[in-house]
Design a binder for this molecule. Structure first.
Ligand SMILES: C[S@@+](CC[C@H](N)C(=O)[O-])C[C@H]1O[C@@H](n2cnc3c(N)ncnc32)[C@H](O)[C@@H]1O
Length: 344
């Protein structure tokens, strides 16, 4: 069976260029640490190619996706699981109390509360992660612009199918389908994406700065939020972490958003990559630091530095800048790498 990366819908994902990125992994590398794994497109491609993959992201929902797709080699949802996940009577719980008429209507929040409760009854952590990922997909599908930093009036307006048809000539009826029907629509695709690459892969959920001296791999792949672009991942997806934990969450530090301190943050990152033989960084030509500044930073710590470029079209809220966006891949050999064989 040919394995296919499922529809995740993640802002700033590398799905279209994950093959190009992995084609450029050095041939003497067998393990990859995807330090900012996001929607997991690069981790998944690396797993397909037989690498041992360690994925990490500071957001719980993103590490839940990697727990389902990367660490999980075998488990899927069966008929009984799907029935258990989607049946029962909706009730007023954490989501209804905190988010009714903020992101979804009250009856929809009650459905989310029911699903959250049902997830706890599933028999394994992997099944729970698949279910969280499926409900994430349903929530994204119902949300105009697919991110959770839109105000309620706008959401209501854009979910009005007549308004949408009049203005955009599209009804976007999927915004108004139930969570359950979205889950049922996607479960086969999500199950089919699970596969075993015969490696012990791992999913982590930490601030990268707490992990750099605790993980070792041949490659560290760095795809941080690009400073200077729309990159507030907590605002986009923090609601999922609240859904998972049933607690309101606070924005995280070291988020690569502050333009003033971004150079120092990169320096702190690059100066702590001793445990990795190769450092591979994705960046683009419309973010800061710019290409020259990044090269200068790498040159402080290494001399074997390769930079390759590719045209890449990002889509955010339907707009795209097809012509102008260049995607960079910095491939750097660590001159001081000595394997310690650690994964603490
Ligand atoms: C550009 S996205 C990664 C996209 C991913 N490569 C993909 O293809 O879907 C950047 C990710 O970095 C995560 N992130 C931001 N700051 C972080 C930190 N300090 N430690 C770990 N992850 C962080 C964000 O949550 C976000 O998911």
């Amino acid at each position: 069976m040919i394995r296919k990366f499922p529809t995740i819908n993640f802002i700033g994902n590398k799905e279209k260029i994950s093959s190009w990125i992995c084609d450029n992994f050095p041939k003497d590398a067998f393990s990859v640490f995807d330090a900012f794994s996001g929607g997991c497109s690069v981790s998944y491609e690396a797993k397909l190619r037989g690498f041992t993959v360690i994925s990490n992201d500071i957001l719980k929902i993103n590490s839940t996706i990697s727990h389902y797709l990367i660490e999980n080699n075998t488990e899927i949802l069966d008929f009984e699981d799907i029935k258990n996940l989607t049946s029962g009577i909706p009730f007023e719980g954490f989501m209804t109390q905190n988010y009714a008429d903020k992101f979804f209507f009250k009856s929809e929040c009650m459905e989310l509360d029911l699903f959250r409760n049902n997830i706890e009854k599933l028999s394994s952590d992997f099944k729970k992660s698949i279910s969280f990922s499926l409900i994430r997909r349903a929530m994204i599908r119902k949300m105009p612009y697919s991110r959770f930093n839109i105000n309620w009036d706008k959401i209501v307006q854009l979910r009005d199918e007549d308004f949408s048809y009049e203005k955009y000539k599209r009804k976007r009826a999927y915004h108004n389908k139930s969570f359950k029907s979205h889950v049922l629509d996607n479960v086969l695709e999500y199950n089919n994406a699970v596969f075993d690459n015969k490696k012990l892969n791992l999913s982590l959920n930490e601030d990268i700065f707490l992990l750099l001296n605790r993980v070792e791999a041949d490659i560290i792949y760095l795809d941080p939020p690009y400073a200077g672009t729309m990159n507030n991942y907590f605002d986009f997806y923090g609601l999922f972490d609240a859904f998972i934990t049933s607690e309101k969450q606070n924005p995280f530090e070291n988020n690569f958003m502050d333009k003033k301190s971004i150079y120092q943050l990169f320096d702190k990152l690059i100066s702590n990559l001793q445990n990795f033989k190769y450092w591979i960084l994705s960046y683009n030509n419309s973010s800061i630091p710019n290409k020259e500044q990044l090269l200068e930073l790498f040159q402080k710590y290494a001399f074997d530095i390769q930079l390759i470029e590719k045209k890449h079209d990002y889509k955010i809220t339907g707009k795209s800048n097809k012509e102008t966006n260049l995607e960079y891949l910095f491939i750097v050999k660590n001159p001081n790498f000595i394997s310690k064989n650690i994964l603490k």
